[in-house]
Design a protein around this ligand. Sequence first.
Ligand SMILES: [Zn+2]
Length: 161
Amino acid sequence: MSGSAWVASSDRWWTRPRRVAFEAYVSLVADALTLRDWDIRVDWDSPCSSDAIAEILSWPHQRRATVHVGQQFAGAEPRDQRQTVVHELIHCHLFALHAMSDEVVALLAKPAARLASKVMTVEVERVTDALADAFSPTVPVPEIAPGTVIPKPAPRRTAGA
Ligand SMILES: [Zn+2]
């Protein structure tokens, strides 16, 4: 789906109050995961890959990341939405490790590099998912489902607060 088509269809589900509530939820989970020193935002302009519920892109050295959600997120059960958000944010703790492994892999011959890169990617996903499964029950589910009374978000923290 092209970006503009996604924006048009996602606007119906991702209403302004729902977007604000989701951003507050991402912030809540980030705090719970001790990512308070990260700048984590939701990028509403570009969806994630069509085969994913959500993705996160990171600039680990700047402690900055953007969460991208897709059409499938809206239809997911609240517990799956929670596990997805926790999973994506746990990646923040592993991005630097993954980036370092990419540098090491770049020094290898091609067949070994391909294998090492694949193993690292698969294992990072496996570990991230296992941690997300363990941690998810400790945070509430997002309250953004249709029919949910979306609570007013708390005022956004400012840097140094
Ligand atoms: Zn992942």
